[in-house]
Design a binder for this molecule. Structure first.
Ligand code: PDD
Length: 288
């Protein structure tokens, strides 16, 4: 089956889809994006993702490419046309096409919008979760505004690649005080010996993950306590459980840090119960 992409007002064959060579996303990474999980035919947490998109656009003074309601319809339509039952939907908005110049183009330059969807295999993800994944640590080398979901992801790309080359699946950025910030594309969590969930505050220094936010709802339902504070790599190594969250992985257990087994080398029960409960508690928007 052929894939369909939405590009600036048109649904076109994915293989033929493209943006202009002077799109500012292409030249300057002058754009933002969102990724939503699609689970059992539902777009997960769409309201929160669009709210964060609004925040990213506002912070960078990029206009909405269409109104929010229209974008919701496009997202649903792309998922529907690609017949994605389980997978991911990606949306990207850039400051548009203009002759190369660092300063913003004239305000009447329309932003560019691209929406794509792809299938993923929930069984593969479940198999990964049953085993747990490995992380490495790398020094933080990103800019200060990682709270904005910008398409400028070069440090993240390099960190993930390094993880892969070292036999791991994710890289954690560590701040100069040895405190874990977040993964290249995930938020980081531990569970203490007392069963308390710990994650770094999202006011500065990390992306406020939507999965992370929804985990607060899930934890409340399950009667689990969350402490928002930094934790060191050392504390993570001694923690009862370690996991990460993102739309792409939902809740994924971590069983090794820098090649050392953590949490007895097995996914923990709290982590798996959060993963299990997530679907029921998250907002679900049927794609058709
Ligand atoms: N990444 N931190 C970073 C740096 C991220 O890029 C992401 C998401 C997260 C988790 O956010 P959320 O729960 O909203 O997915 C945290 C997406 C999935 C990506 O780049 O593919």
């Amino acid at each position: 089956m052929s894939r369909i992409a939405y590009v600036n007002g048109q649904y076109i064959q994915h293989s033929e889809a493209g943006v202009h060579i002077e799109d500012r996303g292409y030249q300057f990474a002058d754009g933002v994006y969102e990724v939503c999980e699609i689970a059992r035919g539902n777009i997960m947490d769409m309201t929160r993702h669009l709210e964060r998109l609004n925040r990213s656009l506002t912070e960078l003074k990029i206009a909405w490419p269409m109104n929010r309601r229209a974008l919701q319809l496009v997202v649903k339509e792309v998922v529907r046309r690609n017949r994605v039952h389980n997978g991911l939907v990606y949306m990207q908005v850039t400051r548009g096409v203009a002759r190369r110049d660092h300063v913003f183009p004239s305000p009447d330059t329309p932003p560019s919008i691209v929406v794509t969807a792809k299938r993923t295999d929930p069984r593969a993800s479940a198999a990964r979760a049953a085993q747990g994944i490995k992380v490495i640590t790398v020094p933080e080398n990103r800019w200060d505004r990682v709270d904005i979901k910008s398409v400028g992801l070069l440090p993240n790309v390099l960190a993930r690649q390094q993880a892969k080359e070292e036999g791991a699946q994710e890289a954690w950025f560590i701040d100069p005080d040895g405190i874990v910030k977040e993964g290249a594309a995930t938020n980081a969590w531990i569970v203490t010996k007392d069963g308390v969930l710990v994650t770094r505050p999202a006011e500065t220094g990390i992306l406020r993950g939507i999965t992370r936010t929804t985990i607060f709802d899930v934890a409340k339902k399950l009667g689990l306590k969350i402490e928002e504070r930094g934790f060191s790599v050392d504390e993570a190594k001694k923690a009862k459980e370690v996991f990460m969250t993102a739309a792409t992985t939902v809740v994924m257990p971590i069983v090794a840090i820098n090649g050392e087994s953590v949490a007895n080398g097995h996914p923990g029960t709290t982590t798996l119960s959060l993963r299990e409960a997530f679907f029921d508690i998250a907002e679900k928007t049927p794609a058709c």
